[in-house]
Ligand binder design. Structure first.
Ligand SMILES: *Cc1c(COP(=O)(O)O)cnc(C)c1O
Length: 354
């Protein structure tokens, strides 16, 4: 398939102060688009001006949520070059999500190359300041106009780019975690492992409850016993418990995070023992009180590493340690971001330079 590159009429106005960039609010001049038809396969791949999509009101995505997405970032290094962190892994996961949602596979090499081409054309949109990046959002939606429930015959796949300011403005700040004792995110056999919009729609109600109570993020427990920790919002959870790294295993309800995977590699090299097992909510609440739970942090592309300062479960709230980010948590945050921004050598072949 050829990639057509269409001209833009005029570049958009930009926000001058990079620290004022709000996540997901502003987009670059161009987007990558390709279309799929059951008979023709993928076709009409093109980089075109960013703009609204024309969709039939009966497009299946609008009714039955056949949708998947990805999230990754482009970082600008001190020497001006641009880097991406394990982008091929995101495309592989995109195809895994597609499989689960009965959507067509993309050609991973073509899609990655086309995405990199788009980013090269938009390179001057990548912000410069410490902690800033260009967020990349690959998406696939079912576009066939049809109200019967079945996998669609037509799809649109696109990639949009959004410059984002630093996630942490006044230094790395710990988050307050609300443990949901009633609502659940995913069940075994469900779609928890797929990066699909429906999982997020289903999470909003519990997130609203957390916010109303003054908490930042929801920590989800397993759906069966509502006892074992799964993950948080759009991050995997890792714990330093009794000197070991504990994180939920991947058994279908937890998203296979690329940040999680990378952190596990790093802590292993640092000599930590890793236990992929389900920590219980009692381990967390008791462990915070008696010190067995030493540190807790979320891991995901948006934040890299997010330290946890406190937990709240059934009206009981506990502070973890002295409430400040833990030592290992900060070490991992610094190491991961140093690899991404090129301040640390890329010993694992994680970086793609543009
Ligand atoms: C995207 C996502 C993550 C984090 O994955 P990364 O590849 O590290 O960005 C974790 N949990 C959920 C539910 C997600 O959607």
């Amino acid at each position: 398939m050829d990639l057509q590159i269409l001209p833009i009429s005029a570049p958009k106005a930009r926000i001058d102060d990079e620290n004022e960039l709000i996540f997901g609010k502003q987009y670059t001049d161009r987007m990558l688009v390709m279309e799929y038809d059951r008979n023709k396969g993928w076709h009409s791949a093109r980089i075109q001006p960013y703009g609204p999509l024309l969709l039939d009101p009966a497009a299946m995505v609008l009714h039955y949520s056949q949708e998947i997405f990805e999230g990754l970032k482009v970082f600008r290094r001190a020497d001006g070059s641009l880097s991406m962190f394990r982008p091929a892994d995101n495309i592989t996961r995109f195809n895994r999500s597609a499989e689960r949602m009965c959507m067509p596979q993309v050609d991973e090499k073509f899609f990655l190359d086309a995405m990199l081409e788009l980013i090269r054309l938009e390179a001057d949109w990548v912000p410069h300041n410490e902690g800033t990046s260009l967020y990349v959002r690959p998406t696939m939606i079912a576009t066939e106009p049809m109200l019967g429930v079945r996998p669609a015959d037509q799809y649109l796949c696109y990639v949009i780019l959004s410059p984002v300011g630093p996630y942490y403005k006044g230094g790395v700040a710990p988050v307050k975690i609300w443990i949901s004792d009633y609502y659940v995110r995913a069940t075994e056999g469900g779609t928890g492992e797929a990066k699909t919009g429906g999982n997020y729609a289903a999470s909003l109600y519990a997130a609203k409850e957390a916010t109303e109570n003054g908490y930042d993020q929801v920590l989800w427990l397993d759906a069966k016993e509502k006892r074992f920790v799964e993950e948080v919002g759009s991050m995997n959870m890792l714990f330093l418990y009794d000197g070991k790294i504990v994180t939920s295993p991947l058994h279908g309800t937890v998203l296979d995070g690329i940040t999680r995977r990378s952190v596990l590699t790093l802590v292993k090299e640092m000599g930590y023992e890793i236990e992929e097992r389900a920590l219980s909510v009692d381990d967390i609440m008791e462990g915070s009180r008696n010190g067995r739970l030493q540190e807790a942090f979320g891991a995901g592309t948006a934040v890299a590493i997010s330290p946890v300062g406190s937990f709240c479960y059934k009206n009981t709230c506990v502070q973890l340690g002295d409430g400040n980010p833990g030592k290992l948590t900060m070490e991992l945050y610094n190491k991961l971001t140093a690899i991404q921004y090129g301040r640390h050598t890329d010993d694992h072949d994680w970086i793609t330079l543009l």
